[in-house]
Write a protein that binds this ligand. Structure first.
Ligand code: ZN
Ligand code: ZN
Length: 358
C-alpha cells in the first residue's frame, strides 16, 4: 500500500509499504479523507514536534529528526472499517468512522481522570499518526463512529473542530458576549462557528488572507478585518469598548498582544496556537486589567473524558450548527501531498483546509 512519510525537512515522499497486520483489539480502516493540519506543516518545516516538550524549554532536540525518521503523518482521518482483529467488540466491518488519535499512557495522573489531552507521555495525536495512507490500523479505542447525517468528508474535520470547541469552552463564553478571533485558519474558523453556536452576540475576525476572511463570514463572523488595513485594537476599543472574549489562533507576537488589548478588563483571552518560538508580551496587559490568559490544547475525548469536544464536534456538524464546507478548499491524491503542503505554507495561498483523498 502507499503511505506518505516525512524523510527530512521539507521532504515528503509516497512510500510503498507492507500493510500492517490487524492484531487482537485492532481495527483496519480504509482511508477516505485525511485533513492536512497546521501541526503537520510545522513538522514538515522544523521536524517532528514533541508538542509537550518538557517544562520550560520548548525547542526541538537535535536528535528528534534521527529518532523519528522516516515518520508517517496524518491524524485527521475518516474512512470505513475494512477488517477487525480478535477481541474487537463494538466495531464492525463497513462502519463509517473517524479516529481520535490522541495517544495516551493510561497511567499518569491526567489519564487517570480522563484528561487524556494532557497526558504527560502523550503526543497530542501528532507523533504516531499515519493517516496519509490507503489504510490505517489503530486500536479499537481510537475509533469513533460517524453519525449518519455526517459525510466522511466532514467527519475528517472532527479533530480540528474539537480543538476549536475546546477553546470556546475554555473561554467561558457566555450568551451575548462579543468575541474577537485573531487568525482564521481552520482552528480560528472552527472557533467562529463554535462561538456563534455558544451564543456570541457579535464575532469579529482579524485575518490577512482574503479567502479566509470570506470563509469566516460564511461560518458566522459579523465583521472581518484585514489587519494590514485596520488597527484592530483601536477599532474594537472605539466601536464596542472591547470584547468579552478573544481567541489567539495565529501564533504571532502581534496577534497575542492584539488579542489581550482588544479584550475588556477582567475578561478572557484563549491561546490555541502552537508558537514556533518565544514571544514578548507585557505582563501589565494581564495584571493591570485583570485579564485571564488561558491555554487550550487539543480536545477531550476517550473512555473517561467527560463532555468530549470531539463528540460534540461531530454532533454539531450532524445537526447543522456547524457547516464546515466553507473551510474545505481542495482535495488531493497522496501523490500531491507535498505540493499541497507547499501551497498551504504560501502566505498568498487561497487554501484553508486541504483533504488528502488516498
Ligand atoms: Zn489536526
Ligand atoms: Zn497519561
Amino acid at each position: 500500500m502507499d503511505a506518505v512519510y516525512l524523510h527530512g525537512p521539507e521532504d515528503l515522499r509516497v512510500d510503498a509499504v507492507d500493510p500492517r497486520p490487524v492484531s487482537a483489539g485492532a481495527v483496519a480502516v480504509d482511508v477516505e479523507y485525511t485533513g492536512i493540519c497546521g501541526s503537520d506543516l510545522h513538522e514538515y518545516e522544523i521536524g517532528p514536534v514533541p508538542i509537550r516538550a518538557e517544562d520550560t524549554d520548548h525547542s526541538i532536540p537535535e536528535s528528534a529528526w534521527d529518532e523519528h525518521l522516516p515518520k508517517p503523518m496524518g491524524h485527521e482521518v475518516a474512512g470505513t472499517v475494512s477488517e477487525t482483529g480478535d477481541d474487537v467488540v463494538d466495531v464492525e466491518v463497513g462502519d463509517r468512522v473517524t479516529l481520535n488519535m490522541v495517544s495516551t499512557c493510561r497511567d499518569c495522573r491526567y489519564c487517570a481522570v480522563g484528561k487524556y489531552h494532557l497526558c504527560e507521555r502523550g503526543d497530542g495525536g501528532a507523533v504516531s499518526s499515519r493517516g496519509f495512507a490507503d489504510r490505517i490500523v489503530v486500536p479499537e479505542s481510537m475509533v469513533v463512529p460517524v453519525p449518519e447525517d455526517v459525510s466522511l468528508r466532514h467527519a475528517a474535520l472532527a479533530e480540528p473542530l474539537g480543538v476549536s470547541l475546546r477553546g470556546v469552552r475554555r473561554s467561558g463564553l457566555e450568551t451575548g458576549d462579543r468575541v474577537a478571533v485573531f487568525g482564521a485558519g481552520p482552528i480560528g474558523l472552527g472557533v467562529v462557528a463554535g462561538a456563534v453556536a455558544a451564543g456570541a452576540r457579535e464575532v469579529y475576525v482579524s485575518e490577512p488572507r482574503a479567502a479566509r476572511r470570506e470563509a469566516a463570514e460564511a461560518l458566522g463572523a459579523d465583521v472581518v478585518f484585514d489587519p494590514a488595513d485596520v488597527d484592530v485594537v483601536e477599532r474594537l476599543r472605539n466601536e464596542v469598548d472591547r470584547v468579552e472574549v478573544s481567541f489567539e489562533c495565529a501564533g504571532t507576537e502581534t496577534t497575542l498582544t492584539d488579542a489581550l488589548r482588544s479584550t475588556a478588563y477582567g475578561e478572557t483571552v484563549v491561546v490555541l496556537s502552537v508558537f514556533d518560538e518565544e514571544v514578548a508580551l507585557h505582563p501589565n496587559d494581564i495584571m493591570q486589567a485583570e485579564r485571564e490568559l488561558v491555554g487550550s490544547f487539543g480536545f477531550r475525548g476517550g473512555p473517561l473524558a467527560s463532555r468530549s469536544e470531539f463528540q460534540t464536534a461531530l454532533e454539531f456538524v450532524a445537526d447543522g450548527r456547524i457547516e464546515p464546507e466553507p473551510m474545505i478548499t481542495d482535495t488531493v491524491p497522496l501523490a500531491d501531498v507535498e505540493s499541497a503542503f507547499e501551497d498551504l505554507r504560501d502566505p498568498e495561498s487561497e487554501q484553508i483546509k486541504v483533504l488528502v483523498e488516498p
